[in-house]
Design a protein around this ligand. Sequence first.
Ligand SMILES: Cc1cc2nc3c(=O)[nH]c(=O)nc-3n(C[C@H](O)[C@H](O)[C@H](O)COP(=O)(O)OP(=O)(O)OC[C@H]3O[C@@H](n4cnc5c(N)ncnc54)[C@H](O)[C@@H]3O)c2cc1C
Length: 475
Amino acid sequence: MSSAETNSHTDASEESTGRLQNTESLVYPTRSLHFLKRLDAASSRADGYKAEPSSLKLNIIVVGGGLGGLSAAIALARKGHTVTVLEAAPELGEVGAGIQVPPNSSRLLLAWGIAPFLQGKAVETEAITLRRWRNGAKIGYTKLLPDFRESYDAPYWVVHRAHLLDALLQLALKHGVTVQTDARVLQYDPSKPSLTLHTGVEKTADLIVAADGVKSLARPAILTTPDTPPRYTRFAAYRATVSTQKMRADPRTAELLDRPGQNLWLGPQRHIMAYSIAAGETFNLVISHPATTDPATWRQDDNVAEMKRQFEGWDPRIVGVLDMVEQTTRWPLMAYRDALPRWVHRDGKMCMLGDAAHAMLPYMSQGAAMAVEDGAALAEAIGCVGRKEDMGRALGVWESVRLKRTSGMQQAAWVQGKLWHFEDGAEQRARDESMRAEVEGVHFVESANQWSDPVTQAWTYAYDAEMEVRVAFRE
Ligand SMILES: Cc1cc2nc3c(=O)[nH]c(=O)nc-3n(C[C@H](O)[C@H](O)[C@H](O)COP(=O)(O)OP(=O)(O)OC[C@H]3O[C@@H](n4cnc5c(N)ncnc54)[C@H](O)[C@@H]3O)c2cc1C
């Protein structure tokens, strides 16, 4: 049966063009329909990734020049809005560590035109390998190349954060965004909307989008209640990098560089995520562990010794890498377990996104990816209305779509921690057994590895942030 025959909504003209636009109104969960959508997406991209300009042209201020703020600025500027980013720091910057850019995010970034700015910097990885803490034995395996690339139509990248931020900045400037650094916002009037900078200068706009991170000042202004910041999860992560040149010289560690991929060691209450960044020159480590003391009391100067102590007795290969770490920073993991009640101020002229709105455990590697989706969905929602008076409606639809998506991801990240941190014993053995088929390369229909589990995988990576907004408008 042809693809057109399977879809009763498809009219004759769509059949003749081969387009399947009306599949957007179909809501049942299906991977087979995803196949049809992928065909359609491929033909749209052949048309040149053109953004539909919004008929409503707004003057928009984005607060925060992190990954979330710049992504939102690009998505909005592409639609024809005038966008200014205000960043408190004297210059844009990111921590010196890596970040995973999964296909639900890279697909959008590519559509926005990021490719030339990441040329030679992003690495497309081949697989994620889950390993037993004690000996590094393979206990789970998610094939990314070619499987993810084919299924989700975009690469799974790992990249240095500074390179990603710089690429976003270059792209934002190309789309006409104005970026002002040394511009700390001290106060908001969400009803006007306006904001006041540390210099005393007041700025007004049609819309203020706050992407000001975990310690958001905008959040209490939007919620109109005392702030409810994300909670300290009593888990922390050491972040560190090691030179791959050093690793290649050591027979214990050299084999970890054989193929580009993520390696994840799972142990009691702890895990280590590792992959190469900076086009293979640097090895990036995120080392997660319980930490029950108040982060305000942490001394960063004795981190290296404490980190090594916590991972004594682990796989000699990863211990070999930890031995090469000269410096590391310890990050408290701050997260919401559940969704905030709203992200849009009741007057409909100010909203928030990114970590300000949905800080989550980093275990799904989706925090920044959610912020990229937030920006894409926001631009799409505003494009769905033609008049300024309807902006509140656009933001309302956006908020409900994004709250649903990100609260699911917050839960998935929390579940990930549960699955990964079992003490050695019956639960750990059952988990490892549930992942055995993927390691052996035989057919499976479910897995405790959420990257491999077919349902979680499709929900996470096939998600189309713009389409979800269009569907919600029609409803
Ligand atoms: C250990 C770890 C690993 C992670 N790994 C991944 C991963 O692999 N993949 C992934 O997708 N995500 C990952 N994340 C999550 C990701 O890092 C965050 O979700 C993302 O960086 C948040 O971006 P943001 O722009 O919302 O916030 P931020 O990066 O915090 O940016 C906020 C910006 O706002 C500015 N600002 C704050 N207040 C003001 C003000 N008053 N006025 C003006 N400017 C202001 C700040 O200076 C800052 O530049 C990880 C997180 C952690 C902790």
